[in-house]
Every structure is written in structure tokens, then in C-alpha cells.
Write a protein that binds this ligand. Structure first.
Ligand SMILES: [Zn+2]
Length: 299
């Protein structure tokens, strides 16, 4: 499978940077940002090469949903299989593109269901050189939260980069069914800021927007979909917003089953910052309703 891509630069020596959007088919701001970058970067001479893929998961995008018709999450399917189902084939093509790069940025949002506080994240790589480059890239991307999490998660685009020893970051921002121009602009400038860090373009350094830099080595720490699982099917009504400080035990929202009347308040498992909320009201048993960013310091 060939993923539609735009390659800019290549006339001067420098690193090969890969930027991808649309690993999930319902995350639209990254697609717009990457498309704009492809146009913007086609003019100036840059050091090295940037490969831009505006819609990795085109089969899912065509449906307007997170996943394609085989029901596989592309971010759980890498490195995929070139002779497998549609998502497995996309995963294989994406994995090839990642392995042919020196640096990688993967842009996401909360899609139709989730809302996220702006963050740049990376895996806590065992190789200190890779880890340091990832820390620098995530800081340079210039969102308020930088989040390093346990490197054990499999199936992600970043798992492929990890195994290949390629410094890689991802970004999360917004989501919840609307399209926000602020997210597009933050992603566009974030990618340019990383290019500046890698000496690919000359730009003035922006003032830092960093508020929290957290590294969390606990197993599964970067897994967004499993925290505060819904105890039954129903309608989730959040009482907090992303980015808000949260105290342990605070009520994050109420889950109600309108048919039975059963209702429960969802209490915060820990203190920190509201990083993710499930904002699409209808949830199933086990759906992750919220993630709190604990302000832990590295050991
Ligand atoms: Zn995503």
C-alpha cells in the first residue's frame, strides 16, 4: 500500500524528518496542519528532507471514523502486515516510512469522543541519546505539557520508532467532535519549532509555553483509554474541563443509565491536571472516562 505523501527539501544535507497526521480517521486538525506545512515548506530551501503524510489512515478518514472497516485501531496494529487486512497494510506502510526517517512527529487529537489538554509526549527510551533527543523535541514543540511515559506499549507508531532507535514524539490536543483553528496553528508552529531545533530551518525561538514536564515510568502510563473505566453503560456528564487542577477524590462527572436510573459519581483516582476527558456522552462498560496527569518527579 502506498500512503500519499509530500516530500520537501532534499537539496541540502540534513536530517530526514517524518511528520504524520490521520493515524486515526476522525482527527482533522493535524490533517489540515500537515497539508498547510506541505505547501508552506515547498518554497524555502531547508536543510534535509521533510516527508509529510496528511492522512495516514485514509480508509478510516473516508468513513470519518477513528478506525477503518476492519475495526482495528491503527495505533495498536503497528508494525502491521503488508498482506493483512486494510489497517494491517496501512500499518506496514507507515512502519516503513518511520524506519526510513531520522526523526518522527505523529500528530493526534481526541477525535470524535475525547478531549485532551495540549501535550507533546514520548516514550522513556532505554537509549539515553534517543531519550534526550525526544525530550528536546517535545520541549521544542512548545505545548504546555511535556509527558514522557513507559516505553512498553506496543502497536503504536512510536513503538516502531522505539524499536528502530529513531527519536520520536507525538502530540495530543483538542478533540471532541469540533475543529479548532488554534490546534491547527499550534501543530503547524510546533513542527516548525522542531525543525528549528534540528537546524533544518532558521526561525527565531518562540517564548516557551511549557508549564508541566512530567516523566512517569509506571507500566502503561501512556495508555489513555483505560483510566477511570465506566462501571456500566450509560451517559457521562463531566463536571470538569481539561487542563483543570484536580484533587484526589474530586467528582469528575456523573455516569447515568437513563433506562434504569442507576447513577454514580466518578471520583478522581489521584491529584493532578485533567489531561483527558470522554466528552462524547454515550459510553460503554469499561470505557475510560478521564485521565489525570499526576505531577510526579523523575526517580
Ligand atoms: Zn489519535
Amino acid at each position: 500500500m502506498n500512503l500519499q505523501r509530500y516530500v520537501v527539501g532534499g537539496r541540502r544535507a540534513g536530517p530526514r524528518l517524518l511528520i504524520t497526521a490521520g493515524v486515526h480517521g476522525d482527527e482533522f486538525e493535524p490533517m489540515v496542519a500537515v497539508r498547510r506545512l506541505a505547501e508552506e515548506l515547498s518554497g524555502p530551501v531547508i536543510n534535509g528532507t521533510v516527508t509529510l503524510i496528511p492522512i495516514v489512515n485514509e480508509p478510516a478518514y473516508l468513513l470519518g471514523t477513528r478506525m477503518a472497516e476492519d475495526g482495528l485501531d491503527l495505533a495498536r496494529t503497528c508494525p502491521g502486515n503488508p498482506r493483512g487486512t486494510v489497517t494491517e497494510r496501512v500499518a506496514a506502510a507507515l512502519s516503513d516510512a518511520i524506519r526510513s526517517s531520522d526523526y518522527y512527529i505523529d500528530l493526534h487529537t481526541g477525535g470524535s469522543c475525547l478531549r485532551l489538554s495540549p501535550l507533546a509526549g514520548y516514550m522513556l527510551h532505554a537509549d539515553e541519546r534517543v531519550l534526550d533527543e525526544q525530550r528536546s523535541m517535545a520541549r521544542a514543540f512548545n505545548l504546555p505539557i511535556v509527558w514522557g511515559t513507559s516505553p512498553e506499549l506496543e502497536g503504536r507508531s512510536l513503538s516502531v520508532a522505539r524499536d528502530a532507535g529513531i527519536p520520536a514524539i507525538y502530540a495530543e490536543h483538542g478533540g471532541g467532535g469540533s475543529l479548532e483553528r488554534r490546534v491547527i496553528e499550534d501543530y503547524r508552529s510546533g513542527c516548525l519549532n522542531v525543525m528549528r531545533l534540528l537546524s533544518m530551518i532558521e526561525l527565531p525561538a518562540p517564548p516557551s509555553r511549557l508549564v508541566h514536564q512530567v516523566e512517569d515510568r509506571r507500566l502503561g502510563s501512556g495508555y489513555l483509554q483505560v483510566r477511570h473505566p465506566a462501571p456500566f453503560d450509560g451517559v457521562f456528564m463531566p463536571d470538569v474541563v481539561v487542563g483543570q487542577p484536580i484533587r484526589q477524590g474530586e467528582v469528575l462527572g456523573t455516569l447515568l443509565d437513563p433506562s434504569s436510573g442507576r447513577s454514580v459519581e466518578i471520583q478522581a483516582e489521584c491529584s493532578g491536571i485533567a489531561l483527558m476527558l470522554h466528552v462524547a456522552p454515550r459510553v460503554k462498560l469499561g470505557t475510560g472516562l478521564a485521565v489525570i496527569l499526576e505531577i510526579v518527579t523523575p526517580p
